[in-house]
Write a protein that binds this ligand. Structure first.
Ligand SMILES: [Zn+2]
Length: 235
């Protein structure tokens, strides 16, 4: 299946910053990268990005790309904001289009549940909205809001790489549950040399002989028969 991950906005999108200046895109893009890395460990999954680190991609371009590639699922990743200054509003929300399509609704429930469990933040629920990326995509589409940039506690999390990874794992887990994704089989490299080196080695010692000639005759016979053989002289 084809999944498109959409890191909301871009580096230069006006607004979309915490009151102290963290760009929302910085959070969104890292979560998208981490989610991609996890999803790529699953069988038969191809991951696309709608966004770009080198330019701000418009919403129309993003949904056009998703529709052109006919991806099966579109996941838009965001950090939330309430007003423009610091406040106490906190928590996790997932959005689907206002018509509440069935599969999107089921996927949103799973992703929301996993995000809430993994982050321990307040569950603000799955909501309907007419956002462009939900309206203009022809496939299952959800939009996640992983905490508020306008809340000092949430923002501390949004800034940390561990929290970003936690969000990515929760999003990937929701997708895995919805689409019953299976892990790719692990590639096992055979190591016969290693195995052999741990086996015991047996050496056969013949003799001793008092006649040098007898010893030399046996040595020659062993060598003729293809064995590695040598003679030691002891006094
Ligand atoms: Zn956003």
């Amino acid at each position: 299946m084809k999944i498109m991950l959409d890191a909301g906005h871009g580096y230069n999108t006006p607004g979309k910053r915490s009151p102290d200046g963290m760009r929302e895109y910085e959070f969104n893009r890292v979560v998208a990268n981490e989610t991609k890395a996890i999803l790529e460990t699953y069988k038969d999954v191809v991951i696309y990005f709608s966004h770009s680190d080198t330019k701000d991609v418009s919403l129309q371009e993003r949904t056009d790309k998703a529709n052109r590639l006919a991806v099966d699922c579109f996941v838009s990743i965001h950090a939330n904001a309430y007003g423009t200054g610091w406040n106490e509003v906190s928590g996790i929300e997932t959005y689907i289009y206002t018509s509440k399509p069935k599969i999107a609704s089921a996927l949103a429930d799973k992703v929301q549940k996993n995000l809430v469990v993994a982050t321990g933040l307040q569950d603000r629920g799955v909501k309907g909205a007419g956002f462009h990326v939900l309206r203009a995509t022809k496939m299952t589409a959800i939009l996640v809001e992983c905490g508020f940039m306008t809340n000092k506690e949430d923002l501390k999390l949004l800034r940390s790489n561990l929290y970003r990874k936690t969000c990515a794992e929760a999003i990937a887990k929701g997708l895995r549950e919805q689409y019953q994704l299976q892990l790719k089989p692990k590639v096992t490299i055979p190591t016969p040399e290693k195995k052999n080196s741990s086996l015991p080695i047996y050496k056969v010692i013949a003799g001793p002989f008092t006649e040098k000639e007898t010893a030399e005759n046996l040595l020659m016979k062993l060598k003729e028969d293809g064995f590695q053989a040598s003679m030691l002289t002891e006094k």
